[in-house]
Ligand binder design. Structure first.
Ligand code: DQA
Length: 147
């Protein structure tokens, strides 16, 4: 079974970007760890990062053809994008929303998520480990959707 790991704007700069908030781990390291962790659980994980809203929307649409679920860190689009919310509603794939930082403990504008109402759930605040927890959450849901 395949799952898609989708990262949004500015996350390509992880490792050098605001390291006091996001830490020193690069996106490449996060992706490699995610691929290995998913593999150990019997899932194939593919990764995509884009700074462009439309590319992320296309990737969500395309996921219907190759993935059973999506892990999404939409970056700042989390707080602005009705279009991403609609894309998730349209494809009917389970989506786990993930954030490195605890968005609820930060500025008020980060408390609002357009992804949360259409997501299976949200994991925020555990740094790179948020992605590992998201894989655990999504894969256990895919194995036993009714639990
Ligand atoms: C983020 C939180 C967002 O508010 C921010 O715009 C990001 C990263 C996180 O992973 O903590 O780009 O999604």
């Amino acid at each position: 079974m395949n799952i898609l790991l989708l990262n949004g704007p500015n996350l390509n700069l992880l490792g050098t970007r605001q390291t006091d908030v996001y830490g020193g781990t690069t996106l490449d390291e996060i992706e490699q760890n995610a691929i290995e962790h998913a593999k150990a659980l019997g899932f194939e994980l593919t990764c995509l990062q884009s700074n462009h809203e439309g590319v992320l929307i296309d990737a969500i649409h395309d996921a219907r053809t190759h993935a059973k679920g999506i892990i999404l860190n939409a970056g700042a689009f989390t707080h602005t994008s009705v279009a991403l919310m609609d894309a998730i509603s349209s494809v009917k794939l389970p989506v786990v929303e993930v954030h490195l930082s605890n968005i609820h403990a930060r500025e008020a504008f980060r408390h609002k998520s357009f992804i949360a109402p259409v997501a299976l759930g949200q994991i925020a605040g555990f740094g790179p480990n948020s992605y590992i927890l998201a894989i655990d959450a999504l894969t256990s849901h895919l194995k036993a959707p009714d639990r």
